[in-house]
Structures are given as structure tokens and as C-alpha cells.
Design a protein around this ligand. Structure first.
Ligand code: HEC
Length: 110
């Protein structure tokens, strides 16, 4: 069972807060994007601007939950293996995943 319950409606503002937080989502370590206050944007992963046009909500969710095995991107919701080493728990909760998906879905312009 990989997909989070669609009943959890994500909140884009909370999603942005998670994505831009260096301890939580830490997306800014790898991705450039519409992040306020990034003095030196990361450039080792695709720009997140336009991700909401390139991928639909299911694809975005799947990407966050279980990153492809050959990717350096962490799997944020998998419970087998790739988890937060400090807590031995998935990095993000189902609700937090939905928030990040909702935020990414708003990023429709490159
Ligand atoms: C350790 C580096 C790293 C981190 C941290 C990371 N990513 Fe990624 N991400 C990547 C790489 C590299 C790719 C593209 C190549 C691949 O699939 O491995 C990618 C691909 C993606 C894609 C698909 C992009 C597209 O346009 O096809 C999305 C969406 C995405 N990441 C979102 C996120 C979000 C949201 C976060 C934070 C919650 C995050 N990533 C954190 C490295 C990272």
C-alpha cells in the first residue's frame, strides 16, 4: 500500500513550509525552485518550478513516497529501509506528503 489516503486534503502553504524547511523536507538541498531567501540555489536536481505542469498529483505523490531506487532523492514516506536514521521513522507523515503534493501542484509555470 503505497498511496496516501486521498481523503487527506493537502494545504499548499503548509507544503511550502515543509519543502523549504532544511530540517524537514530539505528539498532546497538539491532543488532550485520558488524558495524565498535561498542565496545560492541548489542545482543538482531539476527546478521545481513547473513540476505541477509536468506531473499530476498521483505522480507527484508517488515521487515523494517512493523515489526510484537509482535516485539520490530520499523516499519520504517509505517504511522499509530509507527512513530518517535518527528516529527510524518515515521522514514525512501522510498529511505532510499531501501538503507538499498540494504545493507542488501549484507550481505550474517554469
Ligand atoms: C538529495 C537530493 C534531493 C532531495 C533532498 C530532494 N530531491 Fe527531488 N529529486 C532529486 C533528483 C536528483 C531528481 C531527478 C532525478 C531523479 O529522479 O533522481 C529529483 C526529482 C524530483 C521531482 C521530479 C521532477 C520533475 O520535474 O520531473 C520532484 C517533483 C521532486 N524531486 C520533488 C522534491 C521535493 C518536493 C523534495 C523535498 C520534499 C525533494 N524533491 C527533495 C533530488 C532530491
Amino acid at each position: 500500500m503505497l498511496l496516501a489516503a486521498p481523503a487527506l486534503a493537502g494545504d499548499p502553504a503548509r507544503g511550502y513550509a515543509i519543502a523549504s524547511n532544511r530540517q524537514l523536507g530539505a528539498c532546497t538541498l538539491c532543488h532550485p525552485g520558488p524558495f524565498a531567501g535561498e542565496r545560492i540555489p541548489a542545482d543538482i536536481a531539476p527546478d521545481l518550478r513547473g513540476a505541477g505542469a509536468r506531473l499530476d498529483a498521483d505522480q507527484l505523490r508517488q515521487r515523494l513516497i517512493a523515489s526510484p531506487p537509482d535516485s539520490i532523492m530520499p523516499s519520504y514516506r517509505r517504511t522499509d529501509g530509507l527512513v530518517n536514521a535518527a528516529s527510524n521513522r518515515p521522514i514525512l507523515s501522510d498529511a505532510q506528503i499531501e501538503d507538499v503534493v498540494a504545493w507542488l501542484a501549484t507550481l505550474t509555470t517554469p
